[in-house]
Design a protein around this ligand. Structure first.
Ligand code: ZN
Length: 253
């Protein structure tokens, strides 16, 4: 019995040290612990008993500790999945329709796919254009190979085990690719997605640049987070990284 107690205490201390190194301190986190309490994982009844530093650390710890198959699981640069070789259990194959076309990978988790279909219907209604998926689920092995080959040049890809694509919740959409000048006509699509994608649970993860999100801006990359969290991020104009680590608090390597 005592061995378990001591072992558990040491584990918690080690996790605490690890978190302390990864998360810089915020003077006053913009985020409420109440939202985490609603999820039932925070053992505090009154957020006023927490200092700003404590609540910021707990906020990050909460999202990093979620199981890999939770739709709100955070992964990012240097912040890997719990199981580096994680494969989602409910991947489904995307089907081409009038409103959704597929050019690259075609697997996605069921809940993300169902909402992507709804998003594509609304997009089509607005523009009479289908949404084109150019990337979806990518396995650990695939990501590793990408890094070794094309990504060395582009520099955009996440390392294996650290990609939102490996979660089976992220898609790259051609219509959101507004960076290149010759695709400037896509700006209207991007603006519409920025205004509406959260209604279907999608969030644009990398929209504020390396210092904030750990990666360069990727207007084509959309991640399913569920409607509740996507709406909260949209209302506060925050990226998921800012939400997890606090504005300006994460020191990306
Ligand atoms: Zn992507």
């Amino acid at each position: 019995m005592w061995r378990w107690v001591i072992g558990g205490t040491v584990g918690v201390l080690l996790l605490g040290c690890w978190m302390y190194e990864r998360v810089a301190v915020l003077p006053s986190p913009a985020l409420s612990i109440q939202s985490l309490q609603r999820k039932g994982n925070i053992p505090f009844s009154n957020e006023h008993t927490l200092s700003g530093k404590q609540s910021a650390e707990m906020h990050a710890a909460f999202y990093l500790a979620l199981p890999d198959d939770n739709v709100e699981k955070y992964v990012g640069k240097g912040v890997p999945l719990s199981d580096m070789q994680y494969v989602p259990v409910n991947l489904v194959e995307l089907e081409r329709s009038q409103t959704l076309h597929i050019q690259g990978e075609r697997l996605l988790r069921k809940e993300a796919y169902e909402q992507l279909v709804q998003l594509s219907l609304a997009f089509y209604e607005q523009f009479q254009q289908p949404l084109m998926v150019i990337s979806a689920y990518r396995s650990y092995q695939y990501q590793k190979q990408q890094i070794a080959e094309s990504c060395k040049v582009s520099g955009y890809c996440a390392r294996e085990g650290e990609s939102e694509h490996q979660l089976g919740l992220a898609v790259d959409l051609r219509e959101a690719t507004n960076e290149a000048t010759f695709l400037a006509q896509y700006q209207q699509y991007y603006d519409w997605l920025m205004a509406n994608a959260h209604l279907y649970g999608f969030h644009q993860s990398y929209q504020k640049g390396k210092a904030t999100d750990g990666y360069a801006i990727e207007p084509w990359h959309w991640r399913y987070l569920g409607k509740e969290l996507a709406k909260q991020l949209w209302e506060q104009q925050m990226t998921f990284s800012e939400w997890v680590f606090g504005t300006g608090s994460k020191q990306w390597e």
